[in-house]
Design a protein around this ligand. Structure first.
Ligand code: FEC
Length: 310
């Protein structure tokens, strides 16, 4: 009798499939509170500025296919069956867990397409999956909690950051400051000893070490539009500060994200780029991992390590 397939629940953020879905999507992100009409319009405008909608769904699907290929290459004796569950839009994590149960999946591994653990990011994905597993009575699932120092992830990131650095003339490169960024979160995460800021720092240090570039720091981007304090400095303040200090070249490397999507294509490529241009700073953003094979081999390796731990 052939062995049963192992289910892989790949969890990602999710994005609207049409402009009509932006309101319920945004309401879901806000935990059921509908946005003000102006906030909704601002978000629609940002989607329009990046071409109408986000490419995130297509990229997530390509990443899941690539991850399947990588798992099968690394472990040809096991059959892996791939599932995709989204945090904020269809197919929601819960819908996918229900499907896994209906398909007869008994054992599974969950992994989030985000490298760094925070109670408010990966922790929430895992919580949603666990609640769904409880509700639907299975499958037996363990989770990759973070993979921010996975060597193939670091190596593929280092290559992309190095390529960004090479967009500056050799004699300019030492003076180019690299800012490794991630999505900001409310400052209150610090009170509970959340590992998120430290993990971002560790990824930045590992990548910088690999490319031998000492001139780097971390910063935050895409903070929520709420009155409470969010982690800073924000990238826009960083650009202003660096411009005032006479810095002419910057790299913003969004290591907290693994795809081209709104927070990269709008917040960095449009908003931050516009400010940098106004202030006479050359700003370069490294390419996103998307479905690059070395990156996905890194995620697959993290999944297989989790499978061994059981
Ligand atoms: O391309 C797309 O359509 C979706 C891009 C997208 C990604 C993403 C990743 C993260 N978020 C994280 C935390 C928060 C917190 C709030 C929040 C709000 C938004 C809004 C949009 C949005 N996020 Fe997101 N995020 C993406 C999109 N995010 C749209 C709502 C409008 C706005 O504030 O810009 C604040 C919620 C609140 O108001 O209470 C907190 C974190 C990540 C990175 C980890 C991950 O990918 O899961 C953390 C992609």
């Amino acid at each position: 009798m052939s062995k049963r397939p192992v289910g892989i629940l790949v969890m990602a953020y999710g994005t609207p499939r049409s402009i009509d879905e932006v309101l319920p999507y945004y309401t879901h992100i806000r935990r059921g509170r509908a946005p003000e009409p102006q906030q909704l319009q601002d978000l629609i405008d940002r989607y329009e500025a990046i071409g109408g909608l986000s490419p995130l769904n297509k990229i997530t699907a390509d990443q899941v296919d690539g991850l399947h290929r990588a798992l099968t290459e690394l472990d040809p004796d096991t059959e892996y069956k791939m599932y995709t569950g989204m945090k904020h839009w269809h197919p929601f994590i819960e819908e996918t867990v229900e499907k896994m149960v209906a398909d007869g999946i008994e054992t599974a591994i969950g992994v989030v397409l985000a490298p760094h653990y925070s109670t408010m990011s990966i922790g929430t994905y895992i919580k949603y999956a666990q609640e769904s597993i409880e509700k639907h009575g299975g499958p037996q699932m363990t989770f990759v909690e973070s993979w921010h120092l996975q060597p193939l992830f670091i190596d593929s990131t280092a290559k992309r950051v190095q390529a960004a650095l090479e967009q500056f003339a050799p004699e300019e490169r030492d003076a180019v400051k690299i800012f490794y960024t991630a999505h900001s979160l409310p400052e209150r995460i610090l009170q509970v000893g959340d590992p998120y800021p430290k993990q971002i720092e560790e990824t930045g240090a590992a990548v910088s070490e690999q490319i031998g570039h000492r001139n780097w720091s971390t910063a935050w981007q895409s903070a929520g539009r709420t009155p409470e304090p969010w982690l800073g400095p924000d990238i826009l303040d960083v650009i202003r500060f660096q411009a005032n200090a006479g810095i002419k070249g910057l790299i913003i490397a969004p290591i907290g994200f693994v795809s081209d999507h709104l927070e990269v294509l709008y917040d960095i490529d449009i908003e931050a780029q516009k400010l940098a241009e106004e202030l006479g700073v050359k700003l370069v953003r490294p390419a996103s991992p998307n479905d690059e094979s070395q990156f996905l081999q890194g995620v697959a390796t993290a999944v297989l390590q989790q499978a061994k731990k059981g």
